[in-house]
Write a protein that binds this ligand. Structure first.
Ligand SMILES: [Zn+2]
Length: 147
């Protein structure tokens, strides 16, 4: 994991952080007030942004990263190039989101994960660093791009 600042990022990554921050504005979090935004950039260059959405029972709440990945998949995209997690403190995706992100990394451990905090701190990592022994479609010989 490497720390940097927003202004040091390449323009495409800065725009991805900005998309995540804009999506965060729509977070529905009446129970925790823990607002998170996420944005996925696909290998084809498309961007899908989303926020977290809570449900009163909390177990059915969905994290921003998962909503962004599902929006990507619903649009027919299957390969993540980079994903931003923008929240109040650490921008490191939770374990469940790592699993969902890995589903569409197409066995590439170098997919970029960009953590972004409200204080402007940026943490650069790869899915391979934060999910080093993945269980995913490749484990079963599945290539998500074929589905
Ligand atoms: Zn999560």
């Amino acid at each position: 994991m490497r720390k940097t600042t927003l202004d040091q990022l390449p323009a495409a990554d800065r725009q991805l952080v900005e998309a995540a921050a804009a999506a965060r504005e729509n977070a529905y979090t009446p129970y925790s007030n823990h607002k998170v935004g996420s944005a996925v950039r696909t290998r084809s260059g498309r961007v899908f942004a989303a926020c977290n959405v809570e449900v009163v029972t909390l177990q059915q709440s969905v994290h921003a990263e998962r909503n962004a990945v599902m929006a990507m998949a619903a649009a027919g995209e299957r390969q993540i190039d980079a994903i931003v997690c923008h929240g109040p403190y650490s921008g490191v995706p939770c374990a469940e989101c790592r699993q969902v992100i890995w589903e569409f990394c197409c066995d590439d451990p170098d997919v970029a994960i960009i953590g972004s905090t409200l204080d402007g701190e940026i943490e650069l990592m790869t899915i391979g660093e934060i999910y080093p022994s993945p269980y995913g479609p490749g484990t079963k010989g599945i290539d998500p791009r074929k589905f």
